[in-house]
Design a binder for this molecule. Structure first.
Ligand code: NDP
Length: 262
């Protein structure tokens, strides 16, 4: 049994009847890292899952295969977050394929770090298109389909609100925008019974931020727990917000950071 299958089995066993049965989720950037873990976890909880990817079709298809082998329903769709029409089409395609949409997880994101004065216009456009414009457009497209009980969950960063360090201006700017989007969406969509929340991870071991090397040691050392988090830690919080436990949580920013921002 793979690590992933073990986690899926544990998640299913731990929750008894599957809490997201009958629900449909769209996870952006579901081919790797936090998005992959989230797609697997929501599927383990019973949701049908659409996941998007940019370039790693092989990885996205592996995730779909793993969900299907466990008896779930999934599909992978290429949708570059930089392409507004592809983002909108990924929402419409999910509804067309599965018949509904209940949970949007805005996860796909990129980081460009470096001294403020060296950040190029191209970097600014690329990061804001991927980390801000795409989640904005996906939420807008999803809002048209979400019914009462719908969930919009965005993956921000501890740098969205409480943590700052030199070299992080562009990334922090983009993630702070997600914080504003989440809080105002919560007010705007609340009357329809739709929630919007932000998860702010600390250092999580993925291809974006691998848990080895000097920078990793420094990041782990800044957490209260003295260690990196796993993608599953973030996925578990997404699953909580997506399920009944998230019914009365909206406009919130939930840190999954081992105490990085404490
Ligand atoms: P990874 O780099 O490991 O995975 C990124 C995922 O997003 C991949 O599935 C990738 O697809 C997809 N993606 C990237 N760019 C695009 C794009 N332009 N269009 C569509 N999909 C895209 O990242 P993580 O899992 O670490 O990060 C996930 C989220 O969590 C991000 O928003 C990140 O900012 C945030 N985060 C991560 C932290 C960490 O320490 N890891 C800490 C705080 C926040 P493909 O495989 O096809 O390239």
């Amino acid at each position: 049994m793979t690590m992933t299958a073990t986690v899926m089995a544990a998640a299913t066993a731990a929750t008894g009847p599957r809490p997201l049965t009958g629900k449909v989720a769209l996870v952006t950037g579901g081919s790797r890292g936090i998005g992959e873990a989230t797609a697997l976890r929501l599927a383990a909880d019973g949701a049908a899952v659409a996941l998007t990817y940019r370039s790693r079709k092989d990885k996205a298809e592996q995730v779909v295969e793993e969900i299907e082998q466990a008896g779930g329903r999934a599909r992978a769709v290429r949708a570059d977050s930089g392409d507004a029409e592809a983002v909108r089409a990924s929402v419409a395609g999910t509804v067309a394929h599965f018949g509904r949409l209940d949970i949007l997880v805005n996860n796909a994101g990129i980081g460009v770090l470096g001294p403020f004065e060296g950040i190029s216009l191209d970097d600014v456009d690329r990061v804001l298109r991927t980390n801000v414009r795409a989640p904005f457009l996906a939420a807008q497209a999803a809002a048209a389909h979400l019914a009462e009980g719908g969930r919009i969950i965005s993956i921000g960063s501890c740098m969205a609100e409480r943590v700052a360090f030199p070299g992080g201006t562009l990334y922090a700017t983009s993630k702070a925008a997600l914080s504003g989007l989440t809080r105002t969406l919560a007010k705007e969509l609340g009357p329809r019974g739709i929630t919007a929340n932000l998860i702010t991870p600390g250092p999580i071991d993925t291809e974006m931020n691998p848990a080895d090397g000097e920078s990793a040691r420094m990041q782990a050392g800044l957490t209260a727990l003295g260690s990196y988090g796993r993608a599953w830690d973030v996925a578990a919080t997404v699953a909580h917000l997506a399920g009944e436990g998230g019914r009365y949580i909206t406009g919130a920013s939930i840190a999954v950071d081992g105490g990085f921002a404490a």
